[in-house]
Design a protein around this ligand. Structure first.
Ligand code: ADP
Length: 260
């Protein structure tokens, strides 16, 4: 039943992303058509031709990045939740992060001494954390410290704040930076698919939306705290694995609590 629910959620996320892709592709095709039309008109003007050929190239390159992302998401029909030990996972991620982020920022990983295991798709979790870390680096062009912290968290009551989380036990992965932060409009739209403030070619606007989709698909959630000039913290909650006080404990608590 759990696998079926995960599959349904995956299909729903895929549908949402496909809708976004269609919209984005329309915009790109308009840019390509406009560029091509101008090239046709200005065949005698080499500088003009070069400029609009550049527009066509940039737009089609962005199109290729988007289809690549969509395909890699769609291919994962095998959304495979497994038991993950946060400490070991983050340890393995250390090298990948150092390689991906370059030397511009200092990375600090803070782990609570005893952390329960979580249930999630390992590759998706790594991708999500790498995307969040890349955003943190991009927000600190002058350098700074990126902190990745993992702590256990318990949600007592149904809550929509800061993320829509069901009562239960979670591990909270928080990626913080000391960067430029977001203004209110950016914050409100940051996790929409294809929303980006980055220059064409460097941002796809899919990092946060996919991290959020992944967290929710796993039974967790994502929240963003940010203010201009004050840095950003993106928090990802994942449910604690059964047997580590996750679902099983939740059931026991429900059974043992006196009927209201
Ligand atoms: P992308 O990074 O490709 O733009 P994302 O979905 O990851 O796509 O992010 C969307 C937007 O949210 C970014 O373009 C940026 O404006 C904002 N954003 C995301 N993370 C951060 C951060 N750590 N600091 C400041 N702004 C951020």
């Amino acid at each position: 039943a759990q696998a079926r629910a995960a599959h349904a959620q995956h299909m729903q996320a895929l549908g949402q992303i496909a809708g976004g892709v269609a919209h984005e592709f329309n915009n790109l095709l308009q840019a390509v058509q406009g560029g091509a039309r101008l090239i046709e008109k200005r065949a005698a003007d080499p500088a003009g031709v070069r400029k609009f050929a550049g527009v066509v190239l940039k737009s089609s390159e962005r199109g290729a990045v988007i289809t690549e992302r969509l395909l890699s998401f769609a291919r994962r029909s095998s959304f495979r939740p497994e038991r993950i030990e946060p400490a070991a996972m983050l340890d393995a991620l250390r090298d990948v992060l150092a390689h991906t982020l370059g030397g511009q920022v200092a990375t600090r990983i803070e782990l609570q001494p005893v952390l329960p295991a979580v249930t999630a798709d390992r590759a998706d979790l790594q991708t999500a954390l790498i995307n969040l870390a890349t955003n943190a680096r991009d927000a600190m062009p002058e350098g700074g410290t990126l902190t990745l912290a993992a702590t256990a968290d318990r949600v007592e009551a149904e809550t929509s704040r800061p993320a829509a989380l069901r009562p239960g036990r979670y591990v909270r992965f928080a990626v913080s930076d000391e960067g430029i932060g977001m203004d209110a409009e950016t914050l409100a739209r940051a996790s929409e698919p294809f929303f980006t403030t980055k220059p064409v070619g460097s941002g796809t606007g899919l990092g946060l939306s996919m991290a959020k989709g992944f967290a929710e698909q796993s039974g967790g959630g994502l929240a963003i705290e940010s203010a201009p000039g004050c840095g950003t913290t993106v928090t990802l909650w994942l449910p604690v694995a059964e047997g580590d006080g996750g679902t099983a404990e939740r059931r026991r608590v429900l059974r043992e609590s006196p009927a209201a």
